[in-house]
Ligand binder design. Structure first.
Ligand code: DOR
Ligand code: ZN
Length: 436
């Protein structure tokens, strides 16, 4: 099957050029010359941005016992509506992905259910000794939750996290860490965002990042700080990088744009871990993204049911796929970030770091995963329209300029103009080679 995406503004080798992308059998065959080959379909992209398919290294697709919050179908439909062609699924599902068997089972459920974009799976090992087995079974990354004990396993102390990072280094797999040190958290029994953020102070993140950096120095392993949220945490990462530590971090839409000063702390829909921080932290996060210190952007799509979110024990998190790119584009329109930074943060950078093969770029020989963005479309976030099962958002009512118009998976249209097209085109992706 051949198709050409004609005359769009194509992100190619670091810049936008008006060009045509030719695709054959799911791969990009050439970029540039406008010509028509035999039996070639045409997608007219004039006036649109033609971007590498967006990649999200941090999402919670749920399914299993949590299918009422999201399942593989609804989650990956929501992903392609947001322009994502590859997402990496977090292992805190029910049951958690903490053994080889659980990983194999989860992969099978995803394949049977049908996924609309490519999905890679993290695992959170029951013990560091099983990391190697998880890598062989296809885990895309290892995830440590420093603040949580999962079925009796904890990675909160220096010894615990460092033995995990060591095991990841030996097996050449990246270790992503939720950096909150439980020693600096207090129990959250309240209901409001305000109560929650005092239970999760910046100190918890800062102390956790110190442990991670020390562990990474001694093991030389690749570590990744998920959803970094504090100025001081970022300073630590900056110093570590300067010393040559193999560390990266990711920035989320909410930690870049929402501030405790501007949101209503009495509302529980804003509850997320780590929490929304102060204005000065968001300034640091945006600066970090701009400078490349935060090289990877991620949604932390974490859907819950609206009933839970409004209940007496509101769980942390909210859906993010369908708003993430527009949130960062707002920062582009406001002059805070460059378009190139946002595009690479959601494509080339995560692909390289997580070893995702020929994805993340529009270049010859790459998989034809492509996101078509309409820069002219004005829209307002209405969570009731989300394809995610989670119909609430911290960005409810925000007005955005520019929206994803179409999403191609290996040269086939999966999403077009607000519609999901069948069949599901996604595949489970596996890797066993470390990124850079
Ligand atoms: O806000 C969050 N939600 N933070 C986490 O670490 C977990 C996530 C979830 O799974 O809902
Ligand atoms: Zn998460």
């Amino acid at each position: 099957m051949s198709i050409r995406i004609a005359n769009g503004r194509v992100y190619y080798k670091g810049q936008f050029i008006e060009s045509t992308v030719h695709i054959d059998n799911g791969l990009i065959t050439s970029i540039g010359r406008e010509f028509e080959k035999d039996h070639e379909e045409t997608f007219d992209a004039r006036g649109y941005l033609v971007l590498p398919g967006l990649i999200d290294v941090h999402s919670h697709l749920r399914d299993g016992a949590l299918s009422y919050k999201e399942d593989f179908r609804s989650g990956t439909q929501s992903a392609i509506a947001g322009g994502f062609t590859t997402v990496l699924d977090m292992p805190n599902s029910v049951p958690p992905v903490n053994s080889v068997k659980r990983l194999v089972d989860r992969i099978k459920v995803a394949e049977d259910r049908g996924i609309f974009c490519d999905v890679g799976f993290y695992a959170t090992p029951s013990a560091p000794e099983i990391v190697e087995g998880l890598v062989h079974a296809g885990a895309i990354g290892i995830k440590a939750y420093m603040a949580k004990t999962i079925e009796g396993t904890s990675y909160s102390t220096f010894d615990e996290i460092s033995s995990l990072i060591n095991a990841c280094a030996s097996s050449e797999i990246i270790c992503s860490v939720h950096a909150e040190d439980p020693q600096h958290l207090t129990e959250f029994n309240g209901m409001t965002a305000k109560e929650h953020w005092s239970a999760h102070p910046p100190r918890a993140e800062i102390e956790a990042i110190k442990k991670i950096i020390h562990a990474a120095i001694s093991s030389k392993g690749a570590v990744h700080v998920a959803h970094i949220s504090t100025s001081q945490g970022l300073e630590l990462v900056e110093r570590a990088k300067a010393l040559g530590v193999n560390i990266t971090c990711e920035g989320t839409p909410h930690h870049s744009m929402l501030t405790t000063e501007r949101i209503d702390g009495n509302e529980n829909r804003y509850i997320v871990e780590p929490p929304i921080r102060s204005q000065s932290d968001t300034v640091s996060i945006r600066r970090g993204i701009k400078s490349g210190l935060i090289s990877i952007l991620a949604t932390d799509h974490a859907p819950h049911s609206i009933e839970e979110k409004g209940g007496v024990h509101p769980p942390p998190g909210f859906p993010g796929f369908e708003t993430a790119f527009a949130v960062f584009m707002k920062m582009v329109y406001e002059g805070d970030l460059s378009l190139e930074t946002v595009v690479t943060g959601f494509s080339e950078a995560p692909s390289m770091r997580f070893g995702l093969g020929k994805t993340g770029k529009i270049e010859e020989g790459y998989e034809a995963n492509i996101t078509i963005f309409d820069p002219r479309k004005d829209w307002t976030v209405r969570s009731e329209d989300f394809l995610s099962k989670a119909k609430y958002s911290p960005f409810e009512g925000f007005r955005f300029k520019g929206k994803v118009y179409a999403t191609f998976i290996r040269g086939r249209l999966g999403y077009l103009d607000e519609n999901i097209l069948d069949p599901p085109l996604g595949r489970v992706i596996k890797r066993n080679k470390i990124g850079v």
